[in-house]
Design a protein around this ligand. Structure first.
Ligand SMILES: [Zn+2]
Length: 378
């Protein structure tokens, strides 16, 4: 047995022990799955200490396991366009791999795995991250609390002043501030985290450069034959919290900017954060109106054929000895004017939650594995 085989076998054992394998099994009842990843890097999940955003990370080994297990369970890994097509028109069970935000490590650590396993995937880029102008508020919050001994924020709902000297204090403060600000208008969130970042002396432009590909790198990456390029707004805004004009512009401009740079049509879209406070019926309709043929959220649920083709969802997360994992996603083919054709009614834009049986069969089991809450959403 080669070292590599041993490693993979050990990985599978760990994967099974982690419960992820068992957790994936109920998904075989679904028609398809969309897995959402963020960061992929070897060292992240092993980080001990203050790392509240590690829910957004997996290792390359975990990614490889996820691909292998997904295929073992009988899901064919296909492009997002093909997944949307099968959802609308039927076809064999499918899995779609998606990576949000356009992190540098998607190219450095995920791409080699995806190429080795010949797995097509989608990357949802944010022009503002590529140009270092959009705010990474969840990273800013982590980095600020890492440096500060005390964190104070002001919101319209009142002020918070929290000690952040010890690991326990930092973790508690992160959760408290994160959720307090997530409940507020996004500008308030940005202002509150921005003030903390300033007080901590963060150079966010440097952090952004380290985390995200620039245009030249993103364009080269987009040429990989396995990559589908998708949009994720201009500045990673929680669209439902903003006026319609701004939400529409964020979507349409990101599509146009990526198409101009990549020289190809961008048909897919992912709603930043993707929970009900970030994307709702208004945004679902907009996605079709600005020309996307397939748009994904991050909500719990399963992807099923008709009659729920227009709003299938799933969420899955696990934490095992291979590290933290966040496999999340959902898919919703948008309006018929877009490219996904729906052969039968209904295929309109209105929201219909997944059938109770869909989410309730999968989620309780996933919950045992530490289901990612909204904290794993950006
Ligand atoms: Zn995102």
């Amino acid at each position: 047995m080669t070292m590599k085989t041993q490693m993979i076998d050990a990985g599978f054992a760990a994967f099974r022990l982690s419960g992820l394998h068992r957790a994936l099994a109920p998904l075989t009842r679904g028609h398809g799955v969309i897995l959402t990843f963020h960061r992929v890097r070897p060292t992240g999940p092993q980080v001990t200490g203050f790392a509240p955003n590690r829910l957004l990370e997996i290792t390359p080994e975990f990614l490889e396991e996820a691909i292998l297990v997904t295929r073992r369970l009988g899901f064919e890994i296909v492009t997002l366009a093909e997944g949307c097509r099968r959802l609308a028109q039927g076809g064999p069970r499918f899995a779609v791999l998606t990576f949000d935000d356009g992190y540098r490590d998607t190219r450095e650590f995920a791409l080699p795995v995806l190429e080795r396993r010949e797995a097509p995937f989608t990357v949802f880029f944010v022009p503002g991250f590529i140009e270092r102008t959009a705010r990474l508020w969840w990273i800013e919050l982590e980095e600020a609390l890492r440096r500060l001994d005390e964190a104070a924020i002001e919101t319209d709902g009142g002020g918070l002043r929290l000690p952040t000297r010890t690991l326990a204090e930092k973790n508690a403060a992160f959760a408290r501030i994160y959720w307090a600000l997530r409940a507020r208008p996004e500008q308030e969130l940005l202002d509150g985290v921005g003030a903390l970042a300033q007080r901590a002396g963060l150079d966010m432009s440097a952090i952004s450069r380290a985390l995200f590909l620039d245009w030249e790198e993103a364009i080269a990456f987009s040429r990989s034959p396995l990559v589908t390029t998708g949009a994720h707004t201009m500045t990673h805004r929680m669209l439902a919290k903003w006026p319609a004009e701004m939400a529409r512009a964020e979507m349409a401009q990101s599509k146009a900017a990526l198409e101009a740079r990549f020289g190809r049509q961008v048909d897919a879209f992912a709603y930043p954060v993707g929970d009900p406070t970030s994307a709702g019926p208004r945004e679902f309709e907009m996605a079709g109106a600005v020309g996307f043929s397939c748009a994904v959220t991050t909500r719990p649920g399963m992807v099923f054929p008709e009659p729920a083709a227009r709003f299938g969802q799933r969420t899955l997360a696990g934490r095992g000895s291979l590290g933290d994992a966040a496999l999340r996603g959902s898919v919703r083919p948008v309006e018929p004017r877009a490219k996904v054709e729906c052969r039968s009614e209904p295929c309109g834009p209105e929201v219909r939650p997944p059938r109770q049986a869909r989410s309730s069969t999968a989620l309780p089991q996933l919950g045992k594995l530490r289901l990612v809450g909204a904290g794993g959403q950006p």
